[in-house]
Design a binder for this molecule. Structure first.
Ligand code: SAM
Length: 331
């Protein structure tokens, strides 16, 4: 199961590369003032090229998915990437000039940290994932001169599966194991520095008790804090079969479970996992409908989007959740 979960990162990476290949990302509309996307396309291509030298098997997998570049998939990737980036960049701009840390939990092959670290000098960025994932990522980052320089990697730890440069840490940790998580995060973070947590398609793969323990720990330990989370929801209407079909497909095709898909199956249920904090949860169809007309025109010119109903069904079953807390949360 752990391996199957870890491999979902290759899908996320393929989807991002596909959206880049077709021109959805980076968004010129949001670039600059609202989002920092400098060198976005090139750094992803550099990552892919170096991945080929680190693992032909993973490179092959990523490349295969990349060949089937459907508009519905690219729109979905665009929506999740841009909506997280807008919130993240907004929060970082608010803290501009003061120390701030981002914890990208289950960050996989995410490369957000590269443009962000160069745009926000006071930012420290911590990436956490399973060891198998961090070993591949650290090798790629070490072997690619441009990425290595951008992240200021100095101490040679290529084979250790971790990176501990001055502002960027890559940590191998099983987030389902709360004692390990406390210990490892404790070594590289400060509890009283403003902290932004990202979980992009990660909580859905964790156990219910384990994800709750993670939320409780982070919201008690770090303050002030902000959490940006993106996940699928199973659907709560009696005739809604999205979640059950998704679970069955994942189980049959990959032996993969999403243990809480039907527990946090609506926006309201998803928000409850952060109680007593107030969580603002919106579905991604709402985000789609909020795209400014000029940007929508650009997106629709990239590929012919015939399957609007399919896009709507999918995107009403994915949510973006934002939570803020000023003091450690006491439950
Ligand atoms: N957040 C990245 C993104 O959106 O591009 C990767 C998303 S991928 C679908 C899910 C990631 O969460 C994988 O990299 C997986 O290894 C990681 N993950 C899930 N459960 C985890 C756990 N218990 N401990 C560490 N990483 C975990």
């Amino acid at each position: 199961m752990e391996k199957a979960v870890q491999q979902t990162d290759y899908d996320a990476l393929s989807c991002r590369l596909s959206a880049i290949q077709k021109g959805y990302l980076p968004s010129p509309y949001f670039q600059g003032q609202q989002c920092h996307y400098d060198g976005y396309k090139e750094l992803h291509l550099q990552y892919l090229n170096t991945l080929k030298t680190v693992s032909r098997r993973i490179y092959g997998k990523v490349n295969r998915v990349l060949q089937s570049s459907f508009p519905v998939m690219n729109f979905g990737t665009y929506l999740r990437t841009v909506s997280i980036d807008l919130e993240l960049n907004r929060l970082l701009a608010d803290y501009e000039g003061s120390p701030v840390q981002v914890l990208d939990l289950g960050g996989g092959s995410d490369l957000r940290m590269v443009p962000l670290l160069s745009s926000f000098p006071q930012l420290r960025f911590v990436d956490v994932d399973y060891r198998e994932s961090t070993e591949v990522k650290s090798k790629v980052l070490w072997r690619n001169e441009r990425l290595k320089k951008a992240l200021n990697l100095e101490i040679d730890e290529e084979d250790s599966g971790m990176i501990r440069s001055s502002r960027y840490k890559l940590i191998a940790c099983d987030l389902n194991n709360i004692s390990e998580t406390k210990q490892k995060l404790g070594e590289v973070t400060e509890s009283n520095v403003p902290t932004i947590v990202i979980t992009e398609c990660v909580l859905c793969y964790m156990g219910q008790d384990e994800s709750q323990a993670l939320i409780n720990y982070i919201t008690h330990h770090f303050s002030p804090g902000h959490w940006i989370s993106y996940d699928p929801i199973g659907g709560s209407q009696a005739n809604d079969r999205f979640g059950t079909i998704m679970q069955a497909n994942l189980r049959d095709s990959r032996s993969l479970e999403m243990p809480t898909l039907m527990v946090y199956n609506s926006k309201e249920a998803y928000a409850k996992r952060f109680m007593p904090l107030e969580a603002r949860v919106e579905d991604m169809w709402h985000v789609f409908e909020d795209i400014p007309p000029e940007e929508m025109k650009r997106l629709k010119s990239l590929q012919f989007l015939d399957e609007v109903e399919e896009l709507k069904v999918m995107q009403t079953h994915y949510v973006l959740c934002k939570v803020d807390w000023k003091k450690p949360c006491i439950t």
